[in-house]
Design a protein around this ligand. Structure first.
Ligand SMILES: Cc1ncc(C[n+]2csc(CCOP(=O)(O)OP(=O)(O)O)c2C)c(N)n1
Ligand SMILES: [Mg+2]
Length: 196
């Protein structure tokens, strides 16, 4: 996973990717553990920072790299392998709920795993999606990935609070998983200006 992101960074630095990339680091152990509970039958929904999720859900590295080189890093998709990513903050949350409802109605044996950043987890749509999925007992698990930042703004400063709301409120819901990490990559890109 780490080597894959390094390859993406090198391709980006060479100007081969004509679109933004958002790299992951520092959460390898946490994700490997979470994906122990995710099967290939399940849906995985991700964000602009999707490479690790895609690799762990079985998208072949070569196929993933092709999508990234084609400028689709922020919206990696593979319907066959049930992987969907969107760069709209919070955009996957209602899609996760819809998928969960469809799975329940059809009686399918699969789940939905919806990964969101710590800022996306502070939005109104997160409140509605998690509550709805919980109350209707939908097979959806929301994974909150807390890197303490929203782009370059400390998330806790934005909300003028040192205590993180969902740690107290949301952790009461059994359909939420929370973990913290610190990335060594910038929010997007590789820390230098690249001309597309
Ligand atoms: C609806 C919407 N508003 C704003 C943005 C711009 N944007 C991209 S990433 C981001 C920060 C999100 O932070 P967080 O959810 O914590 O995810 P992280 O990048 O830290 O993993 C924002 C505001 C967006 N993509 N979509
Ligand atoms: Mg964040």
């Amino acid at each position: 996973m780490i080597a894959f992101e390094a390859q993406v960074a090198e391709a980006y630095e060479r100007g081969e990717i004509h679109a933004p990339v958002h790299l992951s680091s520092g959460n390898e152990d946490q994700l490997i553990e979470i994906f122990q509970g995710i099967t290939r039958k399940d849906w995985v929904l991700s964000t602009w920072r999707s490479h690790y999720h895609a690799l762990l859900h079985g998208i072949p590295p070569g196929e993933l790299m092709r999508q990234i080189l084609a400028g689709r890093s922020m919206f990696v998709n593979d319907a066959e392998r049930r992987f969907y990513a969107s760069s709209i903050a919070g955009g996957i949350l209602p899609i996760a709920v819809g998928l969960g409802m469809a799975i329940k109605r059809r009686g399918e044996d699969r789940k939905v795993w919806c990964f969101v950043g710590d800022m996306a987890a502070m939005t109104g749509i997160f409140e509605e999606a998690t509550r709805y999925a919980f109350n209707f007992e939908l097979p959806v698990t929301f994974v909150i990935e807390d890197n303490f930042t929203s782009v370059y703004t400390p998330t806790r400063d934005s909300w003028f609070s040192n205590s993180y709301l969902w740690q107290s409120a949301r952790s009461l819901l059994s359909n939420c998983v929370y973990y913290q990490y610190k990335s060594t990559w910038p929010h997007s890109g590789i820390g230098e200006w690249i001309s597309f």
